[in-house]
Design a protein around this ligand. Sequence first.
Ligand code: FES
Ligand code: FES
Length: 181
Amino acid sequence: MKIALEINGEPRTVDASPWKRLLDVLREDLRLTGTKEGCGEGECGACTVVLDGEAVNSCLVAIGQCGARSVTTVEGLARGEVLHAVQRALVACGGAQCGICTPGIAVCAAHVVDRGLVARCDDATARVRIRELLAGNICRCTGYQLIVDAVVAAAREVERGRVPEPGEPSEPRGPREVDRA
Ligand code: FES
Ligand code: FES
């Protein structure tokens, strides 16, 4: 069955069983291997993508449900060579270790930041809210503190409206610098 959809802003058509998981279509048919499989049953969040504006576990979505819809994967977060603020902050804050959870966390956190879901919160409230919003993304390495630090730093960058241009050095300030500001 041919299914037309939008992936990372580009129109794509896939020829697959409508029952094939979106996760497998992304990885096998479209070679977008940034999206990872952890549990395969909706528990870990490693496979998170944004589908029509909602963060979903792509291991639980059949491609037959995706016709004429829009999907954003981790490959769609950067603008050219400029990483999304969340990706830069994860690097700057050390919010990734083995990396298996990182694409899903980056997609979910970018969704949180881009939608302003922690805008105008003080840092303590933002941290609580970020932990709630990322509760479906399990990380076995970091203990979450550095991930939360990174998402707060990215949210503050976006709130300040500082969008780096392609080629611009774009190290975000770490959370401790933000705390001192
Ligand atoms: Fe999809 Fe774990 S692989 S939630
Ligand atoms: Fe290893 Fe999160 S960095 S599971």
